[in-house]
Design a protein around this ligand. Sequence first.
Ligand SMILES: NC(=O)c1ccc[n+]([C@@H]2O[C@H](COP(=O)([O-])OP(=O)(O)OC[C@H]3O[C@@H](n4cnc5c(N)ncnc54)[C@H](OP(=O)(O)O)[C@@H]3O)[C@@H](O)[C@H]2O)c1
Length: 347
Amino acid sequence: MATGGMDEASNMKVVLKHYVSGSPQETDMHLTAGTIKLKVPKDSNSIILKNLYLSCDPYMIFKMMKLERQLTDPYVLGSPITGYGVAKVLDSAHPGFAKDDLVWGITGWEEYSLISDPKNFFKIQHTDVPLSYYAGILGMPGITAYIGFYELCAPKKGDYVFVSAACGAVGQLVGQFAKLHGCHVVGSAGSPEKVGILKNKFGFDEAFNYKDEPDFDATLKRHCPEGIDIYFDNVGGKMLDAVLLNLRPHARIAVCGMISQYNREQPDGVQNLSSMVSKEARMQGYLATNYYHLYPKYLEMILPLIKESKVVYVEDVADGLENAPKALVGIFSGRNIGKQVVAVNCL
Ligand SMILES: NC(=O)c1ccc[n+]([C@@H]2O[C@H](COP(=O)([O-])OP(=O)(O)OC[C@H]3O[C@@H](n4cnc5c(N)ncnc54)[C@H](OP(=O)(O)O)[C@@H]3O)[C@@H](O)[C@H]2O)c1
Protein backbone atom coordinates (compact mmCIF):
# COMPACT_ATOMS: atom_id res chain seq x y z
CA MET A 1 0.00 0.00 0.00
CA ALA A 2 1.43 3.40 -0.99
CA THR A 3 2.21 5.80 1.83
CA GLY A 4 2.94 9.55 1.82
CA GLY A 5 6.25 9.54 -0.12
CA MET A 6 6.54 8.88 -3.87
CA ASP A 7 7.13 5.18 -4.59
CA GLU A 8 7.18 4.39 -0.89
CA ALA A 9 5.02 1.64 0.54
CA SER A 10 4.16 0.38 3.98
CA ASN A 11 5.90 -2.92 4.64
CA MET A 12 4.80 -5.43 7.29
CA LYS A 13 7.63 -7.71 8.48
CA VAL A 14 8.01 -10.82 10.61
CA VAL A 15 10.84 -10.25 13.06
CA LEU A 16 12.53 -12.64 15.51
CA LYS A 17 12.30 -11.22 19.05
CA HIS A 18 14.99 -13.37 20.68
CA TYR A 19 16.97 -16.51 19.93
CA VAL A 20 15.11 -19.71 20.77
CA SER A 21 16.04 -22.99 22.38
CA GLY A 22 13.87 -26.07 21.97
CA SER A 23 10.79 -25.82 19.77
CA PRO A 24 10.08 -22.34 18.38
CA GLN A 25 6.83 -20.68 19.45
CA GLU A 26 4.67 -18.10 17.70
CA THR A 27 5.55 -15.67 20.50
CA ASP A 28 9.24 -15.81 19.51
CA MET A 29 8.31 -13.63 16.52
CA HIS A 30 6.23 -10.54 16.04
CA LEU A 31 4.89 -8.45 13.20
CA THR A 32 6.17 -4.95 12.82
CA ALA A 33 5.31 -2.17 10.38
CA GLY A 34 7.91 -0.39 8.30
CA THR A 35 8.18 1.40 4.98
CA ILE A 36 10.20 0.67 1.85
CA LYS A 37 11.09 2.63 -1.29
CA LEU A 38 9.89 0.70 -4.29
CA LYS A 39 12.72 1.99 -6.53
CA VAL A 40 16.17 0.39 -6.55
CA PRO A 41 19.04 2.58 -5.38
CA LYS A 42 21.07 4.09 -8.23
CA ASP A 43 24.47 2.49 -8.96
CA SER A 44 23.39 -0.78 -7.35
CA ASN A 45 22.87 -4.32 -8.63
CA SER A 46 19.71 -4.75 -6.61
CA ILE A 47 16.11 -5.70 -7.25
CA ILE A 48 12.90 -4.84 -5.41
CA LEU A 49 10.53 -7.74 -4.85
CA LYS A 50 6.87 -7.98 -4.06
CA ASN A 51 6.76 -11.23 -2.08
CA LEU A 52 3.92 -13.56 -3.10
CA TYR A 53 4.54 -16.85 -1.27
CA LEU A 54 6.87 -17.67 1.61
CA SER A 55 8.08 -21.17 2.33
CA CYS A 56 8.20 -22.65 5.86
CA ASP A 57 11.26 -24.90 5.97
CA PRO A 58 12.70 -26.97 8.83
CA TYR A 59 16.25 -25.53 8.44
CA MET A 60 14.90 -22.15 9.60
CA ILE A 61 14.97 -23.43 13.20
CA PHE A 62 18.79 -23.31 13.10
CA LYS A 63 18.68 -19.64 12.13
CA MET A 64 16.36 -18.96 15.08
CA MET A 65 18.95 -20.39 17.48
CA LYS A 66 22.28 -19.08 18.67
CA LEU A 67 24.38 -22.21 18.95
CA GLU A 68 27.93 -22.84 20.05
CA ARG A 69 28.58 -24.70 16.81
CA GLN A 70 26.43 -22.60 14.49
CA LEU A 71 25.56 -24.46 11.25
CA THR A 72 24.29 -21.37 9.46
CA ASP A 73 24.23 -17.62 10.14
CA PRO A 74 21.56 -16.85 12.73
CA TYR A 75 18.76 -14.38 11.97
CA VAL A 76 19.47 -10.79 12.95
CA LEU A 77 17.16 -9.81 15.81
CA GLY A 78 14.92 -6.91 14.84
CA SER A 79 15.30 -7.58 11.09
CA PRO A 80 12.82 -9.58 9.03
CA ILE A 81 13.60 -13.27 9.05
CA THR A 82 14.48 -14.78 5.67
CA GLY A 83 13.54 -17.90 3.76
CA TYR A 84 12.68 -19.25 0.35
CA GLY A 85 9.92 -17.39 -1.43
CA VAL A 86 8.23 -16.66 -4.73
CA ALA A 87 8.13 -13.02 -5.75
CA LYS A 88 7.53 -10.51 -8.52
CA VAL A 89 10.23 -8.02 -9.53
CA LEU A 90 8.94 -4.45 -9.15
CA ASP A 91 12.16 -2.69 -10.12
CA SER A 92 15.62 -3.88 -11.11
CA ALA A 93 19.12 -2.48 -11.52
CA HIS A 94 20.45 -5.98 -12.22
CA PRO A 95 21.00 -6.91 -15.88
CA GLY A 96 19.60 -10.42 -15.28
CA PHE A 97 16.19 -9.29 -14.00
CA ALA A 98 13.49 -6.99 -15.36
CA LYS A 99 10.31 -5.44 -13.93
CA ASP A 100 7.48 -8.03 -13.77
CA ASP A 101 9.79 -11.05 -13.81
CA LEU A 102 8.66 -13.80 -11.46
CA VAL A 103 11.45 -15.32 -9.37
CA TRP A 104 12.13 -17.72 -6.50
CA GLY A 105 14.97 -17.63 -4.01
CA ILE A 106 15.81 -16.43 -0.51
CA THR A 107 13.81 -13.35 0.36
CA GLY A 108 12.60 -11.51 3.49
CA TRP A 109 9.49 -12.40 5.50
CA GLU A 110 7.88 -9.07 4.63
CA GLU A 111 5.62 -7.69 1.94
CA TYR A 112 8.42 -6.16 -0.15
CA SER A 113 12.15 -6.87 -0.11
CA LEU A 114 15.20 -5.06 -1.40
CA ILE A 115 17.65 -7.74 -2.55
CA SER A 116 21.07 -6.21 -3.00
CA ASP A 117 22.64 -9.27 -4.63
CA PRO A 118 20.03 -11.33 -6.49
CA LYS A 119 22.47 -13.72 -8.21
CA ASN A 120 21.02 -16.77 -6.44
CA PHE A 121 17.45 -16.13 -7.60
CA PHE A 122 15.91 -18.35 -10.26
CA LYS A 123 13.73 -16.75 -12.92
CA ILE A 124 10.39 -18.51 -13.27
CA GLN A 125 9.86 -19.47 -16.90
CA HIS A 126 6.80 -21.70 -16.61
CA THR A 127 3.63 -20.06 -15.30
CA ASP A 128 1.08 -22.66 -16.41
CA VAL A 129 1.43 -24.30 -12.97
CA PRO A 130 0.50 -22.77 -9.59
CA LEU A 131 3.10 -20.13 -8.64
CA SER A 132 3.21 -21.42 -5.06
CA TYR A 133 4.75 -24.64 -6.45
CA TYR A 134 8.04 -22.73 -6.76
CA ALA A 135 8.18 -22.79 -2.94
CA GLY A 136 7.72 -26.57 -3.00
CA ILE A 137 7.67 -29.12 -5.78
CA LEU A 138 9.32 -26.69 -8.26
CA GLY A 139 11.66 -25.17 -5.69
CA MET A 140 14.13 -26.25 -3.02
CA PRO A 141 12.05 -29.14 -1.55
CA GLY A 142 11.50 -30.55 -5.04
CA ILE A 143 15.20 -30.63 -5.88
CA THR A 144 15.86 -32.11 -2.44
CA ALA A 145 13.54 -35.05 -3.15
CA TYR A 146 14.93 -35.52 -6.66
CA ILE A 147 18.61 -35.48 -5.68
CA GLY A 148 18.17 -37.59 -2.57
CA PHE A 149 16.15 -40.27 -4.30
CA TYR A 150 17.65 -40.49 -7.79
CA GLU A 151 21.27 -39.39 -7.25
CA LEU A 152 22.00 -40.74 -3.78
CA CYS A 153 19.76 -43.80 -3.53
CA ALA A 154 20.31 -45.16 -7.06
CA PRO A 155 16.83 -46.77 -7.11
CA LYS A 156 16.06 -49.99 -8.95
CA LYS A 157 12.66 -51.32 -9.98
CA GLY A 158 11.31 -53.54 -7.22
CA ASP A 159 13.35 -51.89 -4.44
CA TYR A 160 11.71 -51.71 -1.00
CA VAL A 161 11.61 -48.02 -0.05
CA PHE A 162 10.76 -46.47 3.31
CA VAL A 163 10.19 -42.70 3.70
CA SER A 164 9.75 -40.87 7.03
CA ALA A 165 7.90 -37.53 7.40
CA ALA A 166 6.33 -38.86 4.21
CA CYS A 167 3.41 -36.45 4.02
CA GLY A 168 5.60 -33.34 4.01
CA ALA A 169 7.08 -31.12 1.33
CA VAL A 170 9.90 -33.53 0.45
CA GLY A 171 8.51 -36.91 1.57
CA GLN A 172 5.34 -36.84 -0.55
CA LEU A 173 7.52 -36.43 -3.66
CA VAL A 174 10.00 -39.14 -2.74
CA GLY A 175 7.14 -41.61 -2.29
CA GLN A 176 5.62 -40.72 -5.65
CA PHE A 177 8.98 -40.84 -7.45
CA ALA A 178 9.59 -44.26 -5.94
CA LYS A 179 6.18 -45.54 -7.09
CA LEU A 180 6.80 -44.21 -10.63
CA HIS A 181 10.12 -46.07 -10.55
CA GLY A 182 8.39 -49.37 -9.78
CA CYS A 183 9.40 -49.58 -6.12
CA HIS A 184 7.37 -50.86 -3.17
CA VAL A 185 6.86 -47.82 -0.91
CA VAL A 186 6.06 -47.49 2.79
CA GLY A 187 5.73 -44.15 4.57
CA SER A 188 5.42 -42.90 8.13
CA ALA A 189 3.60 -39.76 9.21
CA GLY A 190 2.13 -38.29 12.38
CA SER A 191 -1.67 -38.62 12.08
CA PRO A 192 -4.36 -40.97 10.72
CA GLU A 193 -5.37 -38.26 8.23
CA LYS A 194 -1.82 -38.14 6.84
CA VAL A 195 -1.65 -41.93 6.67
CA GLY A 196 -4.86 -41.87 4.60
CA ILE A 197 -3.37 -39.26 2.24
CA LEU A 198 -0.20 -41.30 1.78
CA LYS A 199 -2.17 -44.37 0.74
CA ASN A 200 -5.09 -42.82 -1.12
CA LYS A 201 -3.59 -39.74 -2.77
CA PHE A 202 0.11 -40.47 -3.21
CA GLY A 203 -0.25 -44.21 -3.85
CA PHE A 204 2.04 -45.50 -1.06
CA ASP A 205 1.67 -49.27 -0.68
CA GLU A 206 1.71 -49.06 3.12
CA ALA A 207 1.75 -46.27 5.69
CA PHE A 208 1.64 -45.97 9.46
CA ASN A 209 1.25 -43.33 12.16
CA TYR A 210 4.55 -43.41 14.04
CA LYS A 211 2.93 -41.72 17.04
CA ASP A 212 0.88 -44.89 17.64
CA GLU A 213 3.92 -47.16 17.52
CA PRO A 214 5.84 -47.84 20.74
CA ASP A 215 8.45 -50.11 19.08
CA PHE A 216 9.65 -48.88 15.66
CA ASP A 217 11.64 -52.07 15.00
CA ALA A 218 8.49 -54.20 15.40
CA THR A 219 6.52 -51.69 13.31
CA LEU A 220 9.01 -51.86 10.45
CA LYS A 221 9.09 -55.66 10.62
CA ARG A 222 5.31 -55.58 10.24
CA HIS A 223 5.11 -52.99 7.42
CA CYS A 224 8.36 -53.85 5.61
CA PRO A 225 8.58 -57.66 6.10
CA GLU A 226 11.06 -58.00 3.19
CA GLY A 227 13.37 -55.38 4.71
CA ILE A 228 14.42 -51.98 3.34
CA ASP A 229 16.60 -51.31 0.27
CA ILE A 230 16.23 -47.52 0.42
CA TYR A 231 15.54 -45.38 3.47
CA PHE A 232 14.85 -41.71 2.77
CA ASP A 233 15.49 -40.25 6.21
CA ASN A 234 13.72 -37.02 7.11
CA VAL A 235 13.59 -37.56 10.87
CA GLY A 236 16.74 -39.29 12.22
CA GLY A 237 16.74 -40.44 15.85
CA LYS A 238 14.92 -43.59 16.94
CA MET A 239 13.40 -44.21 13.50
CA LEU A 240 16.83 -44.26 11.88
CA ASP A 241 18.06 -46.64 14.56
CA ALA A 242 15.15 -49.01 13.91
CA VAL A 243 15.66 -48.84 10.13
CA LEU A 244 19.28 -49.96 10.61
CA LEU A 245 17.93 -53.24 12.05
CA ASN A 246 15.77 -53.80 8.96
CA LEU A 247 18.16 -53.18 6.06
CA ARG A 248 18.48 -55.46 3.07
CA PRO A 249 21.92 -56.16 1.62
CA HIS A 250 23.46 -53.13 -0.16
CA ALA A 251 20.82 -50.79 1.28
CA ARG A 252 21.13 -47.05 0.69
CA ILE A 253 20.14 -44.36 3.18
CA ALA A 254 19.75 -40.75 2.04
CA VAL A 255 20.22 -38.59 5.12
CA CYS A 256 18.04 -35.71 4.04
CA GLY A 257 17.19 -34.37 7.49
CA MET A 258 16.67 -35.22 11.15
CA ILE A 259 13.73 -33.11 12.20
CA SER A 260 13.06 -35.23 15.32
CA GLN A 261 16.41 -34.01 16.67
CA TYR A 262 16.49 -30.31 15.78
CA ASN A 263 14.94 -29.06 19.02
CA ARG A 264 16.87 -31.47 21.27
CA GLU A 265 19.53 -30.32 23.68
CA GLN A 266 20.71 -33.93 23.90
CA PRO A 267 20.22 -35.76 20.56
CA ASP A 268 19.28 -39.45 20.54
CA GLY A 269 22.21 -41.79 20.17
CA VAL A 270 22.27 -44.25 17.26
CA GLN A 271 22.94 -47.79 18.51
CA ASN A 272 22.64 -50.02 15.47
CA LEU A 273 25.22 -48.70 13.01
CA SER A 274 27.11 -52.00 13.02
CA SER A 275 24.41 -53.56 10.81
CA MET A 276 25.74 -51.35 8.02
CA VAL A 277 28.80 -53.59 7.91
CA SER A 278 27.02 -56.90 7.50
CA LYS A 279 24.50 -55.38 5.06
CA GLU A 280 27.25 -53.49 3.16
CA ALA A 281 24.97 -50.47 3.38
CA ARG A 282 25.70 -46.89 2.35
CA MET A 283 24.48 -43.78 4.18
CA GLN A 284 25.00 -40.31 2.73
CA GLY A 285 24.00 -36.84 3.81
CA TYR A 286 23.64 -33.99 1.32
CA LEU A 287 22.63 -30.38 0.89
CA ALA A 288 20.22 -29.67 -1.95
CA THR A 289 21.78 -26.24 -2.43
CA ASN A 290 24.94 -27.92 -3.73
CA TYR A 291 22.96 -29.53 -6.57
CA TYR A 292 21.18 -26.50 -8.03
CA HIS A 293 23.11 -26.96 -11.28
CA LEU A 294 20.77 -29.95 -11.84
CA TYR A 295 17.63 -27.79 -11.50
CA PRO A 296 17.03 -27.54 -15.30
CA LYS A 297 17.27 -31.34 -15.56
CA TYR A 298 14.81 -31.68 -12.68
CA LEU A 299 12.36 -29.24 -14.29
CA GLU A 300 12.52 -31.22 -17.51
CA MET A 301 11.46 -34.31 -15.59
CA ILE A 302 8.90 -32.84 -13.20
CA LEU A 303 6.91 -30.36 -15.32
CA PRO A 304 5.40 -33.02 -17.62
CA LEU A 305 4.68 -35.24 -14.60
CA ILE A 306 2.72 -32.38 -12.98
CA LYS A 307 0.85 -31.52 -16.17
CA GLU A 308 -0.09 -35.15 -16.80
CA SER A 309 -1.13 -35.51 -13.11
CA LYS A 310 1.35 -38.34 -12.69
CA VAL A 311 2.69 -36.51 -9.64
CA VAL A 312 0.35 -34.55 -7.37
CA TYR A 313 1.39 -32.02 -4.76
CA VAL A 314 -0.46 -31.24 -1.53
CA GLU A 315 0.10 -27.76 -0.11
CA ASP A 316 -1.01 -26.23 3.16
CA VAL A 317 -1.44 -22.53 2.46
CA ALA A 318 -1.65 -20.03 5.34
CA ASP A 319 -3.25 -16.78 4.33
CA GLY A 320 -1.44 -13.54 5.11
CA LEU A 321 1.81 -12.53 6.77
CA GLU A 322 0.00 -12.27 10.11
CA ASN A 323 -0.42 -16.06 10.05
CA ALA A 324 3.20 -16.75 9.04
CA PRO A 325 4.66 -17.31 12.56
CA LYS A 326 1.94 -19.85 13.38
CA ALA A 327 2.53 -21.62 10.05
CA LEU A 328 6.29 -21.78 10.61
CA VAL A 329 6.19 -23.18 14.13
CA GLY A 330 3.50 -25.66 13.04
CA ILE A 331 5.92 -27.68 10.91
CA PHE A 332 7.84 -28.68 14.06
CA SER A 333 4.76 -30.34 15.54
CA GLY A 334 3.35 -31.71 12.28
CA ARG A 335 0.42 -29.27 12.05
CA ASN A 336 1.07 -28.91 8.30
CA ILE A 337 -0.53 -31.30 5.86
CA GLY A 338 1.73 -31.18 2.82
CA LYS A 339 4.04 -28.32 1.91
CA GLN A 340 3.54 -25.36 4.25
CA VAL A 341 3.53 -22.01 2.47
CA VAL A 342 2.29 -18.55 3.37
CA ALA A 343 0.42 -16.50 0.77
CA VAL A 344 1.46 -12.88 1.23
CA ASN A 345 0.33 -10.75 -1.68
CA CYS A 346 -1.26 -12.98 -4.26
CA LEU A 347 -1.29 -11.65 -7.82
N1 LIG B 1 19.29 -31.97 2.90
C1 LIG B 1 18.67 -30.91 2.41
O1 LIG B 1 19.19 -30.17 1.59
C2 LIG B 1 17.25 -30.65 2.86
C3 LIG B 1 16.43 -29.75 2.17
C4 LIG B 1 15.09 -29.61 2.59
C5 LIG B 1 14.62 -30.31 3.69
N2 LIG B 1 15.47 -31.13 4.34
C6 LIG B 1 15.00 -31.92 5.48
O2 LIG B 1 13.98 -32.79 5.03
C7 LIG B 1 13.09 -33.08 6.10
C8 LIG B 1 11.66 -32.82 5.65
O3 LIG B 1 11.54 -31.45 5.32
P1 LIG B 1 10.20 -30.89 4.66
O4 LIG B 1 10.51 -29.57 4.10
O5 LIG B 1 9.62 -31.95 3.80
O6 LIG B 1 9.29 -30.66 5.94
P2 LIG B 1 7.79 -31.11 6.14
O7 LIG B 1 7.80 -32.61 6.09
O8 LIG B 1 6.92 -30.41 5.17
O9 LIG B 1 7.44 -30.62 7.59
C9 LIG B 1 8.06 -31.18 8.67
C10 LIG B 1 7.32 -32.47 9.13
O10 LIG B 1 8.19 -33.19 9.99
C11 LIG B 1 7.43 -33.98 10.85
N3 LIG B 1 7.98 -33.87 12.20
C12 LIG B 1 8.07 -32.77 12.97
N4 LIG B 1 8.64 -33.09 14.16
C13 LIG B 1 8.88 -34.43 14.12
C14 LIG B 1 9.43 -35.35 15.03
N5 LIG B 1 9.84 -34.97 16.25
N6 LIG B 1 9.53 -36.65 14.66
C15 LIG B 1 9.10 -37.05 13.45
N7 LIG B 1 8.56 -36.21 12.53
C16 LIG B 1 8.46 -34.92 12.88
C17 LIG B 1 5.99 -33.45 10.82
O11 LIG B 1 5.17 -34.41 10.16
P3 LIG B 1 4.46 -35.60 10.99
O12 LIG B 1 3.03 -35.23 11.15
O13 LIG B 1 4.67 -36.77 10.09
O14 LIG B 1 5.16 -35.73 12.31
C18 LIG B 1 6.09 -32.21 9.96
O15 LIG B 1 4.95 -32.02 9.17
C19 LIG B 1 13.54 -32.22 7.28
O16 LIG B 1 14.34 -33.01 8.12
C20 LIG B 1 14.38 -31.15 6.62
O17 LIG B 1 15.34 -30.61 7.50
C21 LIG B 1 16.75 -31.31 3.95
